[in-house]
Design a protein around this ligand. Sequence first.
Ligand code: 164
Ligand code: MG
Length: 322
Amino acid sequence: MDLALERLADRMHVVSLPLVTRFRGVEVREVALFSGEAGWGEWSPFLEYPPEEAARWLRAALEDADLERPAAVRDRIPVNATLPAVGPDAVAGVLARYDGCRTVKVKVAERGQTLDDDVARVAEVRALLPDARIRVDANGGWNIDEAEHAVRALERFDLEYVEQPCATVPELAELRMRVHRLAIPIAADESVRKAEDPLLVARAGAADVLVVKAQPLGGVRSALAIVAEAGLPAVVSSALDSSVGLSMGAALAGAMPSLPYDCGLGTGALLAADVAEPLVPVAGSIPVVRVTPTPELLATHQASPERTAAWRARLAAAHPHL
Ligand SMILES: O=C(O)CCC(=O)C1=CC=C[C@@H](O)[C@@H]1C(=O)O
Ligand SMILES: [Mg+2]
């Protein structure tokens, strides 16, 4: 792997992809793509992520571009629909974008909203899809009491699991004990991907399920090793990537020895534009394939010179931490 900064900068293509609906405060997703010896890799840490964290995402992108992927044990990945924190009226329209998905992940605890908003959104999903598996993701937005209250308020909708209800590992552990009787699994996402030690949450017995993402965990190989060592069931999820990044997620999910849950890799449906034929759910799954951007789409969605320069600066800042 050639990791010299100048050559990495030469290989980098930055694109700006509009979303169909606002998601985690983002309306346009910027991603950097690298071509390499094995294919294309995606580097798309969110803009507020510091260089050290962004470097782990960069390692993942470069590994995926330059090395062959681990062997897959399945060729399609069942995926969930991901529902941003929209109002009930908008739910049906967003869900219609996910062809054949039997599982819905609903964003909750959005800043500026209330538990009533969450209940209304989840109730709408349940009304539209009586047989769906429904999981919620709070992105650590609740304290323990709020989380307990919310879980009890949402329990009647039959939840598959609650993802990152609280921000810290001790809070997750405490909540897990408090809601033990409800038998709703607790999943850890940020406590894995943003933690100094991604295994701590498993060791602390603070979660039942791990959410794993290839980019933040430093690549497919490293994510596979973390899951193996944690010994917990894992859900592979996206980082709101373009189809190139989604294909890296699919490679991770494809290589997992066991895949008990639908994966959060249907988010291509939230993009209004992509760099290739979009990797979106068809009959509830996406294929395990390499995705190669087309020169036309790379050109059409190329970021402005200012934004490209900003990404070059990010690359230079992350590079020493590789
Ligand atoms: O898991 C999914 O269904 C889709 C991916 C997803 O929800 C996320 C992608 C990117 C950033 C995160 O805020 C968010 C998550 O928290 O899981
Ligand atoms: Mg999450």
